[in-house]
Design a protein around this ligand. Structure first.
Ligand code: SAH
Length: 222
C-alpha cells in the first residue's frame, strides 16, 4: 500500500511517520508514504496554489489546476509502473468538513487499495471541482474545523495502516472499538497526593485475581 499525500506543507509529516508502528511498517515494506508538494505543480512563475473566492467572501481558495496536475501525474506513474495484467487499485480522497465521517469501517475498506492519494486542503478550502471531478470521495474526520487536511491525512494513514496485515506486531493488537476495554499496568496500588491528602488508586481486584473467566466477564462489561 502506498500513501501519496498532496499538501503545501510536506514537512508536517516527517516526524510522525518516522516513529513507532508507522516507521516499522515502512521498514518492513508494508507501506510506503510520499508527501508531494502541491506547489511543485503550480504553473505560474510565483507557484501560486490559491486565489480569491468567486462571488466574494473572505479568505483564499486552493486552485483546481495544481491539484489536478499532481493527481494526474501520480496516477500516470502508478499505472505505468503496474505489472502487466494487474492494474493497481487507486483511490483519491479529498479531506473536507462536508465529507463522510471517517470511522474504522471506512479504514478497513480503504486498506484494500494499492494506492491512496490524499488531498489536504488549506485556507477556506479547495475549489469544488476537485471534489466533483478529481477525488473519488470526500472524508471528514469529525465535526470540527481544522486549519488543514494534514492532521486528517495522518489520522487516516494511521488507522488504515493498522488494518494492513503484518503492520501490527505481537505487542500491539488490532482492536475493534466495541471489543476494547479499560487496561491497567503495574503498580497495583499507586499512591497519589490529591489536594493535601494522600490517596491510593487501585487496579480493580478482579484483574489481579487470576480468574480468567471473571476477567473476561469484567472486560465484556466495559
Ligand atoms: N471553510 C471551510 C473550512 C476549511 S478548513 C469549511 O467550512 O468547510 C481547510 C481545510 O482543512 C479543508 O479544506 C479540509 O481539507 C481540512 N479540514 C478542516 N477540518 C477538517 C475535518 N474535520 N475533516 C477533514 N478535513 C478537514
Amino acid at each position: 500500500m502506498k500513501f501519496h499525500i498532496l499538501t503545501i506543507f510536506p514537512k508536517i509529516f516527517d516526524s510522525y511517520i518516522s516513529e513507532s508502528i508507522i516507521k516499522r511498517a515502512q521498514e518492513k515494506g508494508l507501506i510506503k508514504i510520499q508527501a508531494h508538494n502541491i506547489r511543485d505543480y503550480a504553473t505560474d512563475k510565483h507557484n501560486k496554489v490559491d486565489d480569491k473566492v468567486y462571488g466574494g467572501g473572505p479568505g483564499m481558495v486552493m486552485k483546481v489546476e495544481p491539484i489536478y496536475k499532481a493527481v494526474s501525474s501520480i496516477k500516470y506513474q502508478v499505472l505505468s509502473m503496474g505489472k502487466r495484467g494487474k492494474k493497481p487499485k487507486v483511490r483519491t480522497i479529498l479531506f473536507s468538513t462536508r465529507g463522510k465521517k471517517f470511522d474504522n469501517t471506512i479504514a478497513k475498506r480503504l486498506s484494500k487499495y494499492d494506492q491512496l492519494i490524499l488531498i489536504c486542503g488549506r485556507y477556506e478550502g479547495v475549489d469544488e471541482r476537485v471534489a466533483k471531478y478529481v477525488a473519488d470521495e470526500e472524508i471528514s474526520i469529525g465535526d470540527y474545523v481544522l486549519s488543514g487536511g494534514e492532521l486528517p491525512a495522518l489520522v487516516l494513514l494511521d488507522a488504515v495502516s493498522r488494518q494492513i496485515q503484518g503492520v501490527l506486531g505481537k505487542m500491539e493488537s488490532l482492536e475493534e472499538i466495541k471489543g476494547s476495554y479499560e487496561v491497567y499496568t503495574r503498580p497495583e496500588e499507586f499512591k497519589a497526593v490529591v489536594g493535601r491528602k494522600s490517596k491510593i488508586w487501585r487496579v480493580p481486584k478482579v484483574l489481579v485475581s487470576g480468574h480468567h473467566k471473571k476477567i473476561d466477564q469484567e472486560r465484556g462489561k466495559a
